[in-house]
Design a protein around this ligand. Structure first.
Ligand code: ATP
Length: 442
């Protein structure tokens, strides 16, 4: 089996309408990407999968959708104005720019090969800022949020007072975040504009370690439910010098991307850092009163912070396979879990004539009530199967002359390429059952 490389993924994503370079007609914008017809479905499905897992399948997690622009004091309180920076170095010879913590400053420049050309590292704040209103002055600065978490913290009391949550409880949010990253290679792995799926879980101080373990476990299990291969996932605990300014303990969930093991999600034990800081900077009360004990405290927080767009790259990398088939043929197949595949069922008439196409259109119209469907009548059937394999469609339904006789169709499975006859009136139920029991084949 051929290795999946980033070049192959980028090329498939472009060819099949998953991801395009941003404003490509003007030569592109570094670090920004657009999601095409297939990509937006995949991304929305991954988001829905996360949302359902976090809110619907847990008793005590509610959702939120906060604004991207927040009061600038938010970012002073959170520590981002002072601390959210990366050390930047330039090569004096070729003008390339690097993060000082990602290269060996004693070695030669990785771009031009010259030695001793690096500038001294200097701190570079990653927040994008702009001005609100007509006057561009220091007083009018607003930031594009670099994470969604702070929108959750500042709404802690609002949610507490307007919903029936009690500690321990969580608030989940999905949305855009912006970071003026120094280096943005590796496709959609690290971009300037990206989406996060974050959940802040508020607990009683002293129970935080227990909940930290609970969330580590929940989150790694989530990826397996999403169909990601177990041997591609691992934990990485932050050492003392890696811990962020707010963190008591932190584990990353890492995935083996084509360029190697990299962070996918962070699970952070944040203590009462955030709520206390917002209390201090806003002068408002961020305490919680426990009904039964009448104890009042500032809750501790366990955070699970995953990248949505980075998850899409994980799903794409994990799904990609080039297979050698019997007879020397090859195929590229994306083994997406059916719950996130952009198209769930493709309906393909074997021929267009003799009413077969009309029959197929009827079948597709019925299926579209329950599934994301795609109708394709052009080209040889083998080519049509290959096209669906490349976009990861788990089920193909073929309508032929027998369908006219006995009202059955051929159901073809993407992973195994096996086929079976199924009665048209059983088709929806059969596909639903296959999705519920899905296990990746090969
Ligand atoms: P790094 O140290 O790699 O810059 P980080 O540890 O600061 O990242 P977090 O602040 O913990 O990252 O962000 C949580 C999650 O958000 C990450 O695990 C990742 O999935 C996602 N994420 C962070 N920055 C980016 C980015 N520039 N592009 C895409 N996703 C990102």
């Amino acid at each position: 089996m051929a290795e999946v490389t980033m070049d192959k993924l980028v090329s498939l994503c472009k060819r099949r309408g998953f991801v395009y370079q941003s404003s490509e007609v003007y030569g592109g914008l570094t670090g920004a990407w657009d999601y095409g017809p297939m990509g937006v479905e995949l991304k929305n499905n991954v988001q829905r999968f996360w949302w359902r897992e976090m809110t619907q399948l847990h008793d005590n997690i509610v959702g939120l959708d906060a604004a991207i622009m927040m009061h600038p004091r938010t970012w002073e309180a959170s520590g981002h104005v002072d601390n959210f920076s990366d050390p930047l170095v330039d090569c004096r010879n070729c003008k390339s720019r690097f993060r000082a913590d990602q290269i060996d400053l004693e070695a030669a420049c990785p771009v031009c090969g010259e030695k001793g050309t690096f500038t001294e590292p200097r701190d570079f704040n990653l927040m994008f800022s702009t001005y609100m209103g007509a006057v561009k002055s220091e007083d009018n600065i607003v930031y594009l949020r670099p994470e969604t978490a702070q929108g959750i913290f500042v709404n802690f009391k609002n949610v507490l007072q307007t919903s029936r949550v009690k500690i321990p409880f969580g608030i989940a949010q999905v949305g855009k975040a912006f970071r003026n990253e120094i280096t943005t290679k590796n496709f959609i792995f690290r971009t300037l504009e990206f989406e996060q799926m974050e959940m802040q879980f508020f607990v009683k101080p002293g129970t935080d370690q227990e909940w930290f373990e609970y969330w580590k476990n929940e989150r790694i299990n989530y990826y397996e439910k999403l169909g990601i291969r177990k041997d591609k996932l691992r934990f990485h605990q932050h050492g003392p010098d890696e811990l962020a300014h707010y963190a008591k303990d932190a584990f990353d969930i890492e995935f083996e991307f084509p360029m190697g093991w990299q962070e996918l999600e962070g699970i952070h034990s944040r203590t009462d850092f955030d709520l206390s800081r917002h209390a201090e900077y806003s002068g408002k009360d961020f305490t919680y009163l426990e009904d039964q004990t009448k104890e009042r405290y500032v809750p501790y927080v366990i955070e699970t912070s995953a990248g949505l767009t980075r998850s899409v790259l994980m799903v794409l990398s994990d799904a990609y396979e080039e297979q050698e088939l019997d007879g020397g043929d090859t195929r590229t197949v994306m083994h997406f879990h059916p719950l996130v595949a952009p198209v769930t069922v493709a309906v393909l008439p074997l021929v267009k004539k003799d009413g077969i196409a009309e029959l197929a259109k009827d079948v597709e119209k019925n299926l579209r009530q329950d599934f994301a469907t795609f109708y394709d009548q052009s080209g040889a059937i083998g080519r049509r199967y290959r096209r669906q394999d490349e976009v990861g469609t788990p089920f193909c339904v073929t309508i032929d002359y027998d369908t006219k006789e006995d009202n059955t169709v051929t159901l073809r499975y993407r992973d195994s390429m096996e086929q079976e006859r199924v009665a048209v009136d059983q088709l929806s139920a059969k596909i639903r059952e296959e999705i519920a029991n899905y296990r990746r084949h090969a």
